[in-house]
Unconditional design. Structure first.
Length: 241
């Protein structure tokens, strides 16, 4: 059987994913401008189809796909690291399952279930930036995980560590940072306006950017640390030998 090696280029993959994300974001912005500047709310369903702030549409499916790709790459790294009896296998495992759960949450918005119980714990009144109250348990979880992964991060190669941290800052800046900003604005002005939708667009854009950079970093890590990796499809080998 003839095996033809085909190189996977992490930068090319990241650029392709980034281009798709950019197109989805631009389509979402165009749709929101159409709604709030012209009064056309649906445009044959295209506005909702591309709105990054809603669920069960193309941007949501793409975000779920990105998280699943990251989870798969993390699972591959976990297996490879375990075969080498490397340290921190448990951290790679936790990351893999964590991103799988994040993909499920992206698909069905499980974190939204925390909003009402948390609001009740905080009592009635002005919640300000914590209007979307899930950010409180979410922030606590992030801090706990940061402590858990600290030694793991310090163990990584400098380039990988820097890229992981940059990806996390982008993702959390969107998921929590802009959720706080959006929460305050939503409490004062509601969610059915152009300004809130632009805040939501920035939030989702940062999340997608963070995951794409993380995928690029994982591919770079595999290429640098595990050159024996090959993906086989019907006699065609994809990867490095």
């Amino acid at each position: 059987m003839v095996v033809t090696p085909i190189s996977l280029n992490p930068s090319s993959i990241a650029r392709a994913l980034g281009a798709i994300a950019l197109l989805l974001v631009l389509a979402s912005i165009a749709g929101q401008l159409m709604v709030y500047l012209t009064g056309h709310e649906h445009v044959f369903g295209l506005v909702r189809l591309f709105n990054v702030g809603t669920e069960l549409n193309l941007p949501a499916f793409f975000s779920t796909f990105l998280l699943l790709v990251a989870a798969l790459l993390l699972a591959v790294i976990t297996i490879l690291e375990k075969k080498r009896s490397a340290s921190h296998v448990s951290h790679w495992t936790v990351l893999s399952f964590g991103f799988l759960l994040m993909a499920v949450d992206e698909a069905v918005t499980l974190h939204e279930m925390l909003v009402e119980p948390t609001r009740k714990l905080l009592g009635d009144g002005d919640l300000g930036a914590f209007y979307f109250a899930w950010v409180i348990p979410g922030t606590i979880l992030v801090l706990v995980l940061a402590l858990y992964f600290l030694k793991f991060l310090l163990h990584l190669p400098a380039k990988t560590r820097f890229t992981f941290v940059a990806a996390a800052i982008l993702y959390l800046g969107g998921a929590i940072g802009f959720e706080l900003i959006g929460g305050r604005y939503a409490e004062l002005h509601g969610t059915h306006n152009l300004a809130y939708n632009m805040i939501s667009t920035i939030e989702e854009s940062l999340e997608m950017a963070g995951v794409i950079i993380f995928i690029w970093a994982l591919l770079q890590y595999i290429a640098g640390k595990h050159k024996e990796v090959r993906f086989q499809f019907d006699g065609v080998s994809i990867g490095k030998s």
